[in-house]
Design a binder for this molecule. Sequence first.
Ligand code: 8IG
Length: 281
Amino acid sequence: MSTTTDQPAGDLDDPATDPFDVARAAARYLAEVTGIERHDVALVLGSGWGGAADLLGETVAEVPSHEIPGFSAPAVAGHVGTTRSVRVSGTDAHALVLGSRTHLYEGKGVRRVVHGVRTAAAAGARSVVLTNGCGGLDPAWGPGTPVLISDHLNLTATSPLEGATFVDLTDLYSPRLRAVAREVDAGLDEGVYVQFRGPHYETPAEVRMAARLGGDLVGMSTTLEAIAARHAGLEVLGISLVTNLAAGISPTPLSHEEVLEAGRAAGPRISALLAEITRRI
Ligand code: 8IG
């Protein structure tokens, strides 16, 4: 059997490259360096969720994400730049934990934004848990409140799908997995996540617009990954950590420090929540 790490993965920036070829190359690379042939579930850790994988189980292998074919270096302070293979405690399952994510606002293209999710699918995952830090529109959600994503508004004006790829997004955020999450924590609220391109936060007028459109949460990630995940056949669970009240809801301006601090404070609770949900998936 030949090794595969030396095969050129293809350049995601080249329109002639099939992004699924790069995802398959990334999955082969992960199988080689982790020794785990198939992963069952994948987790993408957003702002505030960086420590949440620690309770999941035993880390079998950890690799710098940028060494995986098609992945780029992380750009945001507080985002962990490693990808881990974790044996989920109490199960035979292996989780692929993507500790870094490429955001649309980095300008590296939509293919890079969804490459992790496509890699997870190529690595065998049947479901993906997409987490993020976001702004909340409901004043009852204090900083550090986890909220299940029930649906989304994609205000990025783009899609990860190329060509005439018509994918149904009804029940994109799996009712089954949301029910599993509620078995773990019956008090979990849910809401509609609105993705803006960023990297600036919204104006108060934009937050009022999001509310009138039916949004409950505002952020800069997740919807494009969820679409790519559905297209790849993955079951999707989305969980937001409200790290701040959205602009205009909060009397004080937003700061990235505030976001990081809310994540740190909520760490133990959301770590336990994520670990227990993953065990039951
Ligand atoms: I953390 O209030 C975090 N990410 N768009 N708005 C947007 N993204 C965010 C916010 C927020 N908080």
